[in-house]
Write a protein that binds this ligand. Structure first.
Ligand code: PLP
Length: 357
Protein backbone atom coordinates (compact mmCIF):
# COMPACT_ATOMS: atom_id res chain seq x y z
CA UNK A 1 0.00 0.00 0.00
CA UNK A 2 1.27 3.48 -0.92
CA UNK A 3 -0.10 6.38 1.12
CA UNK A 4 0.26 10.09 0.48
CA UNK A 5 3.08 10.12 3.00
CA UNK A 6 5.06 7.88 5.30
CA UNK A 7 6.87 9.12 8.40
CA UNK A 8 10.65 9.13 8.13
CA UNK A 9 11.95 6.79 10.85
CA UNK A 10 15.64 5.96 11.27
CA UNK A 11 16.83 2.82 13.08
CA UNK A 12 15.04 2.61 16.45
CA UNK A 13 18.41 2.13 18.19
CA UNK A 14 19.28 5.74 17.29
CA UNK A 15 16.11 6.98 18.99
CA UNK A 16 16.78 4.87 22.09
CA UNK A 17 20.36 6.14 22.37
CA UNK A 18 19.21 9.77 22.26
CA UNK A 19 16.32 9.22 24.69
CA UNK A 20 18.54 7.34 27.18
CA UNK A 21 20.04 10.45 28.77
CA UNK A 22 16.61 11.78 29.78
CA UNK A 23 15.38 8.32 30.70
CA UNK A 24 18.33 7.78 33.05
CA UNK A 25 17.69 11.12 34.76
CA UNK A 26 13.95 10.30 34.87
CA UNK A 27 13.34 13.82 33.47
CA UNK A 28 10.89 13.24 30.65
CA UNK A 29 9.12 16.58 30.21
CA UNK A 30 9.00 20.21 31.51
CA UNK A 31 11.59 21.55 29.09
CA UNK A 32 14.20 18.88 29.52
CA UNK A 33 17.66 18.86 27.99
CA UNK A 34 16.50 17.22 24.74
CA UNK A 35 13.86 19.88 24.06
CA UNK A 36 16.46 22.60 24.58
CA UNK A 37 18.96 20.77 22.37
CA UNK A 38 16.40 20.40 19.59
CA UNK A 39 15.51 24.11 19.73
CA UNK A 40 19.20 25.04 19.66
CA UNK A 41 19.97 22.79 16.68
CA UNK A 42 17.04 24.12 14.65
CA UNK A 43 17.82 27.75 15.50
CA UNK A 44 21.49 27.33 14.58
CA UNK A 45 20.91 25.50 11.31
CA UNK A 46 18.36 27.98 9.97
CA UNK A 47 19.64 31.17 11.69
CA UNK A 48 16.44 31.71 13.66
CA UNK A 49 16.20 34.33 16.41
CA UNK A 50 13.72 32.67 18.79
CA UNK A 51 11.97 29.32 18.93
CA UNK A 52 9.72 27.49 21.40
CA UNK A 53 9.15 23.77 20.77
CA UNK A 54 5.53 22.79 21.42
CA UNK A 55 3.46 19.63 21.67
CA UNK A 56 1.66 20.15 18.35
CA UNK A 57 1.16 22.73 15.61
CA UNK A 58 -2.35 23.88 16.55
CA UNK A 59 -1.79 25.25 20.06
CA UNK A 60 0.85 27.67 18.67
CA UNK A 61 -1.81 29.30 16.48
CA UNK A 62 -4.15 29.69 19.46
CA UNK A 63 -1.36 30.96 21.71
CA UNK A 64 -0.26 33.48 19.06
CA UNK A 65 -3.81 34.87 18.78
CA UNK A 66 -3.98 35.09 22.58
CA UNK A 67 -0.55 36.71 23.00
CA UNK A 68 -1.30 39.39 20.40
CA UNK A 69 -4.67 40.11 22.11
CA UNK A 70 -6.47 39.78 18.78
CA UNK A 71 -10.13 40.72 18.69
CA UNK A 72 -12.89 40.95 16.08
CA UNK A 73 -12.10 39.88 12.54
CA UNK A 74 -9.03 38.00 11.36
CA UNK A 75 -8.49 37.74 7.63
CA UNK A 76 -7.39 34.26 6.62
CA UNK A 77 -7.12 31.81 3.76
CA UNK A 78 -9.92 29.42 2.75
CA UNK A 79 -7.32 27.02 1.33
CA UNK A 80 -5.54 25.44 4.31
CA UNK A 81 -5.96 22.74 6.90
CA UNK A 82 -8.94 23.24 9.24
CA UNK A 83 -6.63 24.17 12.17
CA UNK A 84 -5.82 27.57 10.61
CA UNK A 85 -9.46 28.71 10.70
CA UNK A 86 -10.68 26.70 13.71
CA UNK A 87 -8.00 28.31 15.92
CA UNK A 88 -9.50 31.72 15.13
CA UNK A 89 -12.98 30.57 16.19
CA UNK A 90 -11.54 28.78 19.25
CA UNK A 91 -10.06 32.12 20.37
CA UNK A 92 -13.45 33.84 19.94
CA UNK A 93 -12.48 35.80 16.86
CA UNK A 94 -14.26 35.79 13.48
CA UNK A 95 -12.46 34.36 10.44
CA UNK A 96 -12.99 36.46 7.32
CA UNK A 97 -11.84 34.66 4.21
CA UNK A 98 -9.86 36.29 1.41
CA UNK A 99 -9.54 34.24 -1.76
CA UNK A 100 -6.28 32.64 -2.93
CA UNK A 101 -4.19 33.27 -6.03
CA UNK A 102 -4.96 30.64 -8.67
CA UNK A 103 -1.28 29.95 -9.36
CA UNK A 104 0.44 29.99 -5.92
CA UNK A 105 -2.58 28.61 -3.95
CA UNK A 106 -1.69 31.22 -1.26
CA UNK A 107 -3.90 34.02 0.05
CA UNK A 108 -4.03 36.95 -2.37
CA UNK A 109 -2.75 40.30 -1.00
CA UNK A 110 -5.27 42.14 -3.19
CA UNK A 111 -8.14 40.11 -1.71
CA UNK A 112 -6.81 40.71 1.82
CA UNK A 113 -6.90 44.46 1.29
CA UNK A 114 -10.48 44.28 -0.04
CA UNK A 115 -11.64 42.50 3.15
CA UNK A 116 -10.22 44.96 5.68
CA UNK A 117 -12.81 46.70 7.90
CA UNK A 118 -12.51 48.71 11.11
CA UNK A 119 -12.94 45.39 12.97
CA UNK A 120 -9.93 43.70 11.36
CA UNK A 121 -7.12 42.97 13.83
CA UNK A 122 -4.83 40.57 11.98
CA UNK A 123 -3.99 38.40 8.99
CA UNK A 124 -3.35 34.66 9.40
CA UNK A 125 -1.84 33.27 6.21
CA UNK A 126 -0.63 29.75 5.40
CA UNK A 127 2.46 29.01 3.30
CA UNK A 128 0.48 26.39 1.41
CA UNK A 129 2.45 23.17 0.79
CA UNK A 130 5.59 25.05 1.88
CA UNK A 131 5.30 27.71 -0.85
CA UNK A 132 6.01 31.12 0.74
CA UNK A 133 3.18 33.67 0.66
CA UNK A 134 3.77 37.01 -1.01
CA UNK A 135 5.63 38.15 2.13
CA UNK A 136 6.49 41.65 0.98
CA UNK A 137 2.96 42.56 -0.15
CA UNK A 138 1.41 41.15 3.05
CA UNK A 139 3.95 43.03 5.17
CA UNK A 140 3.12 46.28 3.36
CA UNK A 141 -0.62 45.82 3.95
CA UNK A 142 -0.03 45.01 7.62
CA UNK A 143 2.03 48.20 8.07
CA UNK A 144 -0.44 50.36 6.15
CA UNK A 145 -3.46 49.22 8.23
CA UNK A 146 -1.63 48.49 11.49
CA UNK A 147 -2.48 44.76 11.52
CA UNK A 148 -0.64 41.84 13.09
CA UNK A 149 0.49 38.96 10.91
CA UNK A 150 0.66 35.30 11.91
CA UNK A 151 2.07 32.81 9.42
CA UNK A 152 0.89 29.23 9.65
CA UNK A 153 4.16 27.70 8.43
CA UNK A 154 3.09 24.12 9.25
CA UNK A 155 4.38 22.90 5.86
CA UNK A 156 7.38 25.15 5.55
CA UNK A 157 10.16 23.62 7.66
CA UNK A 158 13.47 24.29 5.89
CA UNK A 159 12.03 26.94 3.54
CA UNK A 160 13.72 30.33 3.17
CA UNK A 161 13.08 33.57 1.27
CA UNK A 162 15.97 35.72 0.01
CA UNK A 163 18.30 33.84 2.35
CA UNK A 164 16.16 34.29 5.50
CA UNK A 165 14.31 31.45 7.22
CA UNK A 166 10.57 31.56 6.54
CA UNK A 167 10.04 31.40 10.32
CA UNK A 168 11.51 34.91 10.70
CA UNK A 169 8.54 36.51 8.91
CA UNK A 170 5.36 37.91 10.44
CA UNK A 171 4.88 38.84 14.10
CA UNK A 172 4.62 35.12 14.86
CA UNK A 173 5.23 32.04 12.74
CA UNK A 174 4.05 28.59 13.73
CA UNK A 175 5.08 25.13 12.56
CA UNK A 176 3.80 21.57 12.91
CA UNK A 177 6.07 18.59 13.54
CA UNK A 178 3.22 16.11 13.13
CA UNK A 179 4.15 12.63 11.86
CA UNK A 180 2.83 13.51 8.38
CA UNK A 181 4.95 16.66 8.05
CA UNK A 182 8.34 16.94 6.35
CA UNK A 183 10.20 17.17 9.68
CA UNK A 184 8.47 15.46 12.58
CA UNK A 185 8.55 14.61 16.27
CA UNK A 186 5.53 12.26 16.10
CA UNK A 187 3.27 15.00 17.40
CA UNK A 188 4.88 18.39 17.82
CA UNK A 189 5.28 21.93 16.62
CA UNK A 190 6.87 25.30 17.29
CA UNK A 191 6.39 29.01 17.83
CA UNK A 192 8.72 31.63 16.35
CA UNK A 193 8.81 35.37 17.06
CA UNK A 194 11.69 37.76 16.41
CA UNK A 195 10.47 40.36 18.91
CA UNK A 196 11.84 39.53 22.36
CA UNK A 197 8.87 40.91 24.30
CA UNK A 198 6.41 38.95 22.21
CA UNK A 199 8.57 35.82 22.44
CA UNK A 200 8.51 36.11 26.26
CA UNK A 201 4.70 36.30 26.23
CA UNK A 202 4.43 33.26 23.98
CA UNK A 203 6.87 31.42 26.23
CA UNK A 204 4.85 32.09 29.40
CA UNK A 205 1.61 31.24 27.63
CA UNK A 206 2.90 27.82 26.51
CA UNK A 207 3.79 26.84 30.10
CA UNK A 208 0.71 27.76 32.19
CA UNK A 209 1.94 31.32 32.60
CA UNK A 210 4.61 30.09 35.05
CA UNK A 211 7.25 32.61 36.03
CA UNK A 212 9.29 30.30 38.24
CA UNK A 213 7.71 27.47 40.25
CA UNK A 214 5.60 29.70 42.51
CA UNK A 215 4.86 32.79 40.45
CA UNK A 216 2.57 33.40 37.53
CA UNK A 217 3.09 35.96 34.85
CA UNK A 218 -0.52 35.69 33.71
CA UNK A 219 -2.82 33.31 31.92
CA UNK A 220 -1.33 30.27 30.21
CA UNK A 221 -2.00 26.83 28.83
CA UNK A 222 0.06 23.67 28.46
CA UNK A 223 1.72 23.34 25.06
CA UNK A 224 5.07 21.93 26.21
CA UNK A 225 6.98 19.42 24.13
CA UNK A 226 8.04 16.23 25.95
CA UNK A 227 11.46 14.57 25.91
CA UNK A 228 10.01 11.64 23.92
CA UNK A 229 8.99 14.05 21.18
CA UNK A 230 12.30 15.92 21.29
CA UNK A 231 14.22 12.62 21.10
CA UNK A 232 12.28 11.77 17.93
CA UNK A 233 13.11 15.20 16.50
CA UNK A 234 16.80 14.84 17.36
CA UNK A 235 16.79 11.40 15.70
CA UNK A 236 15.23 12.70 12.47
CA UNK A 237 17.00 16.09 12.32
CA UNK A 238 20.48 14.91 11.14
CA UNK A 239 18.77 13.35 8.11
CA UNK A 240 16.90 16.51 7.13
CA UNK A 241 19.17 17.49 4.21
CA UNK A 242 19.00 13.99 2.73
CA UNK A 243 15.21 13.97 3.19
CA UNK A 244 14.97 17.17 1.13
CA UNK A 245 17.40 15.88 -1.47
CA UNK A 246 15.43 12.67 -1.92
CA UNK A 247 12.10 14.53 -2.15
CA UNK A 248 13.51 16.95 -4.71
CA UNK A 249 14.58 14.05 -6.91
CA UNK A 250 11.14 12.38 -6.70
CA UNK A 251 9.31 15.71 -7.18
CA UNK A 252 11.33 16.40 -10.33
CA UNK A 253 10.67 12.90 -11.62
CA UNK A 254 6.89 13.42 -11.22
CA UNK A 255 7.29 16.74 -13.05
CA UNK A 256 9.21 15.11 -15.88
CA UNK A 257 6.43 12.55 -16.47
CA UNK A 258 3.33 14.62 -15.67
CA UNK A 259 4.44 18.14 -16.61
CA UNK A 260 3.34 17.93 -20.24
CA UNK A 261 0.45 20.43 -20.17
CA UNK A 262 -2.39 18.18 -19.02
CA UNK A 263 -2.29 19.47 -15.44
CA UNK A 264 -1.80 22.63 -13.44
CA UNK A 265 1.02 22.78 -10.86
CA UNK A 266 1.75 25.09 -7.94
CA UNK A 267 3.88 28.11 -8.80
CA UNK A 268 6.63 28.49 -6.21
CA UNK A 269 7.57 32.05 -5.14
CA UNK A 270 10.72 33.40 -6.79
CA UNK A 271 13.83 33.92 -4.63
CA UNK A 272 12.82 31.17 -2.24
CA UNK A 273 14.40 27.84 -1.30
CA UNK A 274 11.60 25.27 -1.43
CA UNK A 275 11.32 22.06 0.64
CA UNK A 276 9.35 19.76 -1.71
CA UNK A 277 6.91 19.01 1.11
CA UNK A 278 4.03 17.98 -1.21
CA UNK A 279 3.33 17.16 -4.84
CA UNK A 280 -0.03 18.79 -5.62
CA UNK A 281 -1.61 18.09 -9.00
CA UNK A 282 -4.60 20.08 -10.29
CA UNK A 283 -6.94 18.30 -12.70
CA UNK A 284 -9.20 19.79 -15.38
CA UNK A 285 -12.33 18.83 -13.43
CA UNK A 286 -13.46 17.16 -10.23
CA UNK A 287 -14.87 14.29 -12.33
CA UNK A 288 -11.43 13.66 -13.80
CA UNK A 289 -9.89 13.76 -10.33
CA UNK A 290 -12.44 11.24 -9.05
CA UNK A 291 -11.77 8.85 -11.95
CA UNK A 292 -8.02 9.00 -11.36
CA UNK A 293 -8.36 8.72 -7.58
CA UNK A 294 -10.56 5.62 -7.87
CA UNK A 295 -8.13 4.00 -10.31
CA UNK A 296 -5.22 4.70 -7.95
CA UNK A 297 -7.15 3.43 -4.92
CA UNK A 298 -7.95 0.16 -6.70
CA UNK A 299 -4.19 -0.25 -7.13
CA UNK A 300 -3.61 0.35 -3.41
CA UNK A 301 -2.34 3.92 -3.99
CA UNK A 302 -3.90 6.54 -1.74
CA UNK A 303 -3.22 10.20 -2.55
CA UNK A 304 -5.05 12.83 -0.45
CA UNK A 305 -7.41 15.63 -1.37
CA UNK A 306 -5.43 18.37 0.38
CA UNK A 307 -7.24 20.72 0.91
CA UNK A 308 -10.83 19.73 0.41
CA UNK A 309 -13.35 21.14 1.08
CA UNK A 310 -12.53 24.84 0.81
CA UNK A 311 -12.80 26.13 4.40
CA UNK A 312 -15.32 28.89 3.55
CA UNK A 313 -17.87 26.14 2.73
CA UNK A 314 -17.70 24.58 6.20
CA UNK A 315 -20.90 25.33 8.11
CA UNK A 316 -19.56 26.78 11.34
CA UNK A 317 -17.05 29.00 9.51
CA UNK A 318 -19.84 30.84 7.67
CA UNK A 319 -17.69 32.02 4.75
CA UNK A 320 -18.65 33.83 1.59
CA UNK A 321 -18.13 32.07 -1.78
CA UNK A 322 -14.44 31.94 -2.80
CA UNK A 323 -14.04 31.37 -6.52
CA UNK A 324 -10.38 30.31 -6.78
CA UNK A 325 -10.22 28.36 -3.54
CA UNK A 326 -13.36 26.35 -4.25
CA UNK A 327 -12.26 25.66 -7.81
CA UNK A 328 -8.76 24.47 -6.80
CA UNK A 329 -10.02 22.54 -3.75
CA UNK A 330 -12.34 20.45 -5.95
CA UNK A 331 -9.63 19.60 -8.47
CA UNK A 332 -6.45 19.10 -6.42
CA UNK A 333 -4.82 15.86 -5.37
CA UNK A 334 -1.55 15.52 -3.43
CA UNK A 335 0.41 12.55 -4.77
CA UNK A 336 2.49 10.22 -2.58
CA UNK A 337 5.84 11.83 -1.77
CA UNK A 338 8.17 10.57 0.93
CA UNK A 339 11.74 9.46 1.54
CA UNK A 340 11.14 5.71 1.08
CA UNK A 341 9.13 6.07 -2.14
CA UNK A 342 11.08 4.59 -5.07
CA UNK A 343 11.57 6.02 -8.55
CA UNK A 344 9.72 2.99 -9.95
CA UNK A 345 6.75 3.74 -7.70
CA UNK A 346 6.67 7.36 -8.93
CA UNK A 347 6.66 6.05 -12.51
CA UNK A 348 3.88 3.53 -11.74
CA UNK A 349 1.71 6.19 -10.02
CA UNK A 350 2.25 8.66 -12.87
CA UNK A 351 1.42 6.09 -15.54
CA UNK A 352 -1.84 5.12 -13.79
CA UNK A 353 -2.76 8.82 -13.80
CA UNK A 354 -1.89 9.36 -17.47
CA UNK A 355 -4.06 6.37 -18.47
CA UNK A 356 -7.17 8.15 -17.13
CA UNK A 357 -6.83 11.72 -18.40
C1 PLP B 1 -0.81 20.03 10.15
C2 PLP B 1 -1.30 21.44 10.10
C3 PLP B 1 -1.66 22.15 11.26
C4 PLP B 1 -1.82 21.51 12.60
O1 PLP B 1 -0.70 20.91 13.10
P1 PLP B 1 -0.81 19.76 14.21
O2 PLP B 1 0.62 19.55 14.57
O3 PLP B 1 -1.42 18.58 13.53
O4 PLP B 1 -1.62 20.28 15.33
C5 PLP B 1 -1.97 23.50 11.14
N1 PLP B 1 -1.98 24.11 9.94
C6 PLP B 1 -1.68 23.45 8.81
C7 PLP B 1 -1.69 24.20 7.51
C8 PLP B 1 -1.36 22.09 8.84
O5 PLP B 1 -1.12 21.43 7.70
Amino acid sequence: MINVTKSFLPDQAEYNAILKTSWDKAWITNRGALVKELEQKIKTKFHITNMIATTNGTLPLQIAIKALHLKGEIITTPFSYIATASSIVWESCTPVFADIEADSFNISPKEIEAKITDKTSAIIATHVFGNPCNLEAIDNIAKKYNLNVIYDAAHAFGVSYKGTSIFEFGDVSTCSFHATKIFHTGEGGALFAKDQGLYDKLYYHHNFGHDGPENFHGLGINAKMSEFQAAMGLTVFPYFDSIIERRELLYKLYMEILGSGKFQFQKILENSVYNYAYFPLVFESEAQLNTVNEALNSNQIFPRRYFYPSLNTIDYLKGEPMKNSESIAKRILCLPLYYDLTEDQVKTISNHILKHV
